[in-house]
Design a protein around this ligand. Structure first.
Ligand code: EPU
Length: 333
């Protein structure tokens, strides 16, 4: 009674509004998942808060698993209930539709972010990192420990999980050059370790099935001079700041074509720099960055993507393929 008496009319309205916006399957989920998940579920969350683009509609439900065991149990339960799901990393390489995301969006939280040394011999150090760790935190940690190998990644946004799967790279380096093994989980919640030799890394791809999740990676690093490593990181970040825009974006929007000119160069030569549709704009600084000027919708960005693709294709006969993952659009996840 006391709780009811203390609740204001406005609060009651807010609670009712939140309940109304829950998906139809919310009660079913809560009842059926009791054996699989007792943690928090956040309903109807604005995905703009979880992406570097700052656009996108609401996710029907977000869950932050904090361990391999939690993720495994969740996947087993979710499959049983036949609810659509996807895992996202740091949100720096995704574009979420304005219509939002159906089903469950899993995000590895900060709690799933342990960094530990798991082996060392003759100055070579193996470091195991969980997927929820941000790449920035890992790069800083390595610099502080005097461990060399990941300096190329200084300034790359996103999570370690995303970097493992996307084979994140810059300045001639990429994840494939430093990875020793990855712990992967399949859609049934089963885990196994894959050694570097078993992986099929390529340009911006780890070559594995789309349903496979990277839950942790072991990086092979070398002991080095702490000051020199920090200086290299500083130079890499400075070069990035000089050549790439700082406005909200997903990094490079398109993959570079396998041969010939880079995507950025093709877009510049097509005269598209500065082209604006709604709140989306091709950066004046670097052609391969489609930026959110502050008021962009996902729809604006998709329209600009199509315009860039068709113009570059007409002028140069090259169809640019997005590097960014499109989520919630027809045909996507
Ligand atoms: N260029 C232009 N006009 C532009 C942009 C670039 O002519 O507007 C030319 C440059 O002068 C250069 C060439 O295109 O000759 C390549 O440009 P850049 O050095 O900027 O590299 P990029 O291929 O555009 C790649 C990665 C970036 C990474 C940089 C630095 C891809 C798709 N992008 O960009 O990664 O930071 O190299 O190594 O592979 C990302 O993946 O999100 C990302 C930012």
């Amino acid at each position: 009674m006391a709780a009811v008496a203390m609740t204001t009319w406005h609060e009651n309205m807010a609670v009712e509004a939140a309940a109304e916006t829950r998906p139809a399957w919310a009660d079913y989920f809560n009842d059926e998942m009791i054996d699989f998940w007792l943690g928090e579920v956040l309903w109807n969350q604005d995905m703009a808060k979880f992406t570097s683009y700052g656009v996108g509609g609401c996710a029907e439900a977000i869950i932050w698993p904090a361990s391999v065991r939690e993720l495994s149990l969740l996947l087993k339960g979710i499959r049983r209930l036949n609810i659509p799901w996807r895992l996202v990393g740091g949100g720096s390489n995704i574009l979420v539709a304005d219509e939002g995301l159906k089903g469950i969006t899993l995000i590895f939280g900060k709690r799933f972010a342990t960094i530990e040394v798991v082996g060392e011999k003759d100055g070579l150090v193996d470091v195991r990192v969980e997927a929820g760790c941000s790449l920035a935190r890992l790069v800083n940690w390595c610099a502080e420990q005097g461990l060399s190998g990941l300096e190329f990644a200084a300034g790359i946004p996103g999570s370690v999980g995303g970097a493992l799967v996307m084979n994140a790279g810059a300045w001639g380096g990429d994840i494939s050059q430093v990875i020793r093994s990855i712990t992967v989980m399949d859609e049934y919640g089963e885990c196994c370790d894959k050694e570097a030799g078993q992986l099929h890394y390529g340009y911006r791809s780890w070559g594995e099935d789309a349903g496979l999740i990277a839950v942790a990676g072991v990086f092979g690093l070398q002991r080095g001079d702490k000051a020199a490593i920090k200086e290299k990181c500083r130079k890499v970040v400075a070069a990035r700041m000089k050549q790439q825009p700082q406005e909200a974006s997903c990094g490079s929007f398109f993959k570079n074509p396998p041969q010939g000119r880079s995507a950025g160069e093709l877009i510049e030569l097509a005269g598209l720099k500065g082209k604006r549709l709604g709140g989306a704009m091709v950066s004046e600084k670097h052609g391969n960055f489609l930026i959110n000027t502050g008021s962009a919708t996902a729809h604006d960005l998709i329209r600009l993507m199509h315009l860039v693709q068709s113009t570059v294709n007409e002028k140069f006969g090259v169809l640019l393929e997005p590097e960014v993952r499109l989520l919630g659009f027809a045909g996507g996840n």
